[in-house]
Design a protein around this ligand. Structure first.
Ligand SMILES: [Zn+2]
Length: 119
């Protein structure tokens, strides 16, 4: 009896409007395994068109996980000197941002000059 029920169900899914959704699920996918420092393996499924990120937050413990099982990212620790380090990093990135901005402005200016010559 159970077999007959399954057959009816199967034919309904195949013939019904669910056919489209079924095809959608069959879209090519890639599975990427991430490793965290707690030895958790997290298999994440992406669309084949998507680029899998290098790191992923472990869904089990929330720590950053990487593609390299040999070198999972270290667990972030909040230590007293971290604040100072974070401050230094912040200053550094500010300087870098300013440099990038200068470059962008210089590039924009050179493009404008070139534009003036052509037109
Ligand atoms: Zn984990």
């Amino acid at each position: 009896m159970a077999g007959a029920g399954n057959a009816i169900r199967g034919s309904r899914i195949g013939a019904g409007p669910m056919g489209e959704a079924e095809r959608g699920e069959a879209a090519p996918r890639q599975t990427v395994t991430y490793f965290c420092s707690h030895d958790h393996r997290s298999v994440v499924t992406f669309s084949i068109e998507a680029t899998a990120p290098d790191s992923w937050d472990c869904p089990k413990c929330g720590l950053p996980a990487s593609l390299d099982s040999e070198n999972p990212p270290p667990a972030p620790k909040t230590e007293p000197y971290k604040t100072h380090l974070a401050y230094v990093k912040e200053r550094r990135s500010e300087t870098e941002a300013a440099d990038i901005l200068d470059e962008a402005v210089a590039l924009l200016r050179s493009r404008r000059k070139a534009g003036e010559i052509i037109f």
